[in-house]
Design a protein around this ligand. Structure first.
Ligand code: ATP
Ligand code: MG
Length: 576
């Protein structure tokens, strides 16, 4: 492409709402146009990168025998009513009506549509497994669309779905996608970690699910990793353990004055004990539809409750901190709440880092007092022990002595074992070997195409601009020419043709700009290789300069060797 004819423009400044590098650079380097909050048009440069990402995805999914289809973007409400998600999706789903007041939504995801396609086409176990995908726009009315393509309202997602007769087959399909996703991210040159994730509202709390997280400081997700052990989990899910703690043996209950010391830290400091020898008393309410159940939760004083673990354990629709009225019901005094004296009246959950046979300091349920010597196994009638804590600095990976690391990630892919949630609710059955109807098991698998494009920039940029991984760069080469003479321009034109013929995707800057602004644009755009034809140099030595954007290395090459050398460099860049 010759830049003099291209629809492309760069900008000195990023818009003031662009907080992260990818948003700023995508705007400055002329990739995207903001149409509205969280809604973008992809300009020609972006479309080239998007197509490359999509093609890598296609190639890898074709290898695992997944087939591409294309479902409607607008889906009728009936389908969502069948699965129950018309109610539960909430305001994230953008609903529209046609002229006859029929309800529809702009698809945020497509489990319902695919299940509908499936149930109308497949009837026997012999036709399974089925593995289908599409690459298409999605719409989610995010509360806070931000960071440009990272969290848009409209975005491109590859969504895939599998249907299997049994768990073993679902596991197999899941594994195929797991490997394909790894391959896709590797081919795109991205550093990533696969982490165990929380299934959220998609399926039951213990459904198998993994996220593919691209490592970047600007990532919104926190992931926990122990490299040697091979453990990695999303913070929401991480089941790490505390290193061995010293507790105190069982002792008599004793009241101590703790004036104006409502926190565990204050009490521990006052009594000169480690904070983990105190217990934090939390009261939560769990909702099951309209029904409300109150729980008292005990955590080591320096631990934090992970509400997602709590919600999953209780299999509740929602959990939240108890209200004043709940505390009143049990005569609990804020800041000094105690499990002592309420046993039998309330359900207790103990975080499993607590040794129930040791003694701890807890609230006395009396303003300005705490109790020493509280020993759960002795003082609580009944309780359940469960992992409820938020992973924290210094923790060890499960069943390991390796200390975990915390890293920031961008979730670009998510794979999920859904089970029969959708086939059951939408009555999608097939006949099994015995001629009986069964609900097949589903898996769903997403990759955010536009988010991946942004994540690649978050991971690969410098102060001058984008540094595209070669496999997804909009072009391979930025060919610049310095000089005014007609023969110089003609020579550049020839070189451009040579590169093009050799299959090197070349952007030829024939705009006649000075080297300063031209090189600035080249760095901002971030193509893997820049080739400069300098009029004087070329006249003297017959050489051109090749510069690798990623490393800054430069080479002088004779015209006759240029194409080969360029191809060789690109092959090297594609493979690492
Ligand atoms: P998040 O937790 O970031 O909101 P999600 O868990 O809701 O994402 P999924 O439903 O798992 O997302 O969607 C699959 C993939 O689609 C994600 O891994 C991500 O790459 C992409 N994606 C989801 N929401 C957005 C969005 N608002 N903008 C861009 N890409 C998105
Ligand atoms: Mg997700």
């Amino acid at each position: 492409m010759k830049l003099s004819k291209a629809f492309w423009q760069t900008y000195k400044e990023a818009p003031s709402d662009a907080e992260v590098a990818s948003h700023q650079l995508l705007m400055r380097a002329g990739f995207i146009h903001k149409t509205g909050a969280g809604i973008y048009s992809y300009l020609p440069m972006a479309v080239r990168t998007i197509k490359k990402i999509e093609n890598i995805i296609r190639e890898e999914l074709d290898k695992i025998d997944a087939q591409e289809l294309d479902m409607s973007f607008v889906t009728p409400a009936d389908l969502w009513q069948e699965s129950g998600r018309w109610e539960t999706m909430g305001p994230e789903m953008l609903r529209v009506q046609d002229r006859k007041q029929n309800d529809f939504c702009l698809s945020p995801t497509n489990e319902e549509s695919i299940t509908d396609v499936f149930r109308k086409s497949i009837s026997s176990y012999k036709q399974l497994p089925v593995s289908l995908y599409q690459i298409k726009a999605k719409f989610r009315d995010e509360i806070r669309p931000r960071f440009g393509l990272m969290r848009g309202k409209e975005f491109i997602m590859k969504d895939a779905y599998t249907f299997s007769m049994d768990k073993a087959c679902l596991d197999e399909q899941y594994e195929l996608y797991y490997k394909a996703y790894s391959k896709i991210l590797e081919r795109m040159g991205l550093e990533y970690i696969v982490v165990e994730a929380d299934p959220g509202a998609m399926a039951s709390g213990n459904a198998k699910t993994h996220e593919f997280q691209v490592i970047a400081d600007s990532g919104e997700d926190v992931v926990v990793q122990a490299k040697a052990t091979g453990y990695a989990a999303n913070l929401e899910k991480a089941a790490t353990v505390r290193p061995e703690l010293k507790f105190t043996p069982e002792s008599e209950i004793e009241e101590v004055i703790t004036e104006e010391m409502p926190t565990c830290e204050q009490v521990a400091k006052h009594l000169d004990i480690p904070v983990h020898q105190t217990l934090k008393t939390l009261v939560y309410r769990a909702f099951y539809g309209q029904k409300k159940v109150i729980y008292m939760i005990l955590m080591l004083g320096d631990d934090k409750l992970n509400e997602i673990k709590l919600k999953n354990f209780l299999k509740a629709d929602k959990v939240e901190v108890a209200a004043e009225e709940d505390l009143k019901e049990f005569n609990l005094i804020k800041g000094y709440m105690s499990p002592y004296g309420v046993e039998g009246k309330i359900s207790f959950l103990l975080d499993d880092s607590i040794d129930p046979k040791s003694s701890f300091v807890v609230g006395a349920n009396k303003e300005n007092y705490h109790l020493k010597g509280f020993t759960p196994s002795r003082d609580l009638g009944s309780f359940k022990t469960v992992d409820l804590r938020m992973a924290s600095v210094g923790d060890l990976a499960p069943n390991s002595t390796e200390t975990i690391e915390f890293r920031k990630g961008i979730e670009v892919g998510h794979i999920f074992q859904l089970g029969d949630k959708y086939t059951k609710s939408m009555k999608a059955t097939v006949l099994n070997q015995n001629g009986k109807k069964e609900f097949p098991l589903m898996g769903c698998y997403g990759i955010g195409v536009t988010r991946t494009m942004a994540a690649a920039i978050e991971q690969h940029h410098d102060e001058n601009g984008i540094i595209w991984p070669a496999a997804i760069a909009p072009f391979h080469v930025y060919l610049a020419v310095i000089g005014k003479k007609a023969e110089t321009k003609q020579m550049a034109g020839e070189i451009y043709e040579l590169l093009k013929e050799a299959g090197v995707e070349t952007l030829y800057d024939d705009r006649g700009m000075g080297p300063g602004p031209m090189f600035k644009d080249a760095d901002l755009l971030g193509l893997p290789v820049r080739i400069v034809l300098g009029e004087r140099d070329f006249a003297e030595s017959g050489e051109l300069e090749i510069k690798i954007r990623k490393t800054g290395e430069t080479f002088k090459v004779a015209k006759s060797e240029l194409v080969e050398k360029t191809k060789q460099i690109l092959t090297g860049l594609m493979s690492n």
